[in-house]
Write a protein that binds this ligand. Structure first.
Ligand SMILES: C[S@@+](CC[C@H](N)C(=O)[O-])C[C@H]1O[C@@H](n2cnc3c(N)ncnc32)[C@H](O)[C@@H]1O
Length: 284
């Protein structure tokens, strides 16, 4: 079943206004494939009836929130793209550790953490590669728009398929235990990460000053003004000497010139231009 132009416009405006998700004409198939299962489980005979029902309600009700969530893409995996984790291990963390030796405190943010694999990958990396941080206060915060993704993240439970993606066998053996047919991260790793709901396009709550920000594979869904606002907000809550990693297909280039970019192994590390003393990238 398809979707009328009017219904598609309603859904794409809903996604844009509440999550900055861009759904241009041509994405009808995506809307239909994401929302038809929701219409069924919510007891509607068709997607069209579900959309009519949403349109007749005032304000944002549960169904609107579930629709927005269903339109998010939660694809993620352990140690995704690997190179940023290598850069964190070899460069950024050693640098931060040297600078924070008095405070003995490091704050890390996995923005758009989805089902938690990114935040937990960081926790395992710190636990295994930086035993000297044992007595330090390490905060790893994972935030996402999707309550459903956050619920799974908090459980730390992953299917066989999910642990097969990106996770090396020794890490599975060391940090997970069997939970029925699935695998659950052990409590010591789960306890290193806190998950909170947060919409990146709404006013930001109070957040710690971060040393490391991972904002990966989420800016791609947003339009330029939303990307600009988010990048500017990150600068304001990141320590001037902290570092930002974006997804492989994302950049600050031509969006926000207050960042510099460093080649760091096979990945790019973004820094606040005020700190780095190097030439900013792009115009704007
Ligand atoms: C493709 S996943 C990326 C997960 C992880 N960062 C990674 O790179 O593997 C994108 C995530 O962004 C979240 N997201 C989309 N729009 C958002 C918004 N406006 N605020 C916060 N999170 C959002 C989605 O719920 C989804 O979990």
């Amino acid at each position: 079943m398809g979707i009328t132009k009017e219904h598609f416009e309603y859904v794409s405006n809903l996604a844009m206004d509440n999550a900055a998700i861009v759904l241009p004409p041509g994405k009808e198939y995506l809307v239909v494939s994401r929302l038809e299962p929701l219409a069924r489980t919510s007891g509607f005979d068709s997607l069209s009836m579900m959309i009519d029902s949403m349109r007749s309600q005032r304000g944002l009700q549960d169904l609107h929130h579930m629709t927005i969530e269903a339109l998010t893409t939660n694809e993620t995996l352990f140690f995704r793209d690997f190179h940023p984790f290598e850069a964190i291990e070899k460069k950024l963390l050693p640098e931060i550790i040297a600078r924070r030796s008095a405070e003995r405190k490091i704050d890390i943010w996995s923005g758009a953490s989805s089902t938690g694999q990114e935040a937990y990958s960081l926790a395992m990396l710190i636990r295994d590669r930086f035993p000297e941080l044992g007595g330090w206060k390490i905060t790893i915060l994972g935030t996402d728009l999707s309550y459903k993704a956050l619920e799974k993240a908090r459980s730390g439970i992953y299917s066989q398929l999910e642990v097969n993606r990106g996770l090396q066998l020794p890490l599975l053996v060391k940090h997970f235990e069997k939970s029925g047919r699935d695998w659950q991260l052990k409590k010591d790793i789960r306890d290193m990460v806190e998950f909170r709901q947060m919409n990146l396009i709404e006013p930001w709550p109070n957040l710690p000053r971060f040393d490391l920000v991972m904002m990966r594979n989420v800016l791609i869904y947003f339009d330029i003004p939303a990307k600009q606002k988010i990048l500017s907000n990150i600068r304001s809550i990141m320590h001037p000497d902290g570092g930002l990693f974006l997804g492989a297909s994302e950049t600050t280039l031509n969006i926000d010139r207050n960042w510099t970019v460093e080649n760091c192994g096979k990945t790019l590390l973004y820094r606040n231009v005020l700190h780095s003393g190097t030439v900013p990238v792009g115009k704007n």
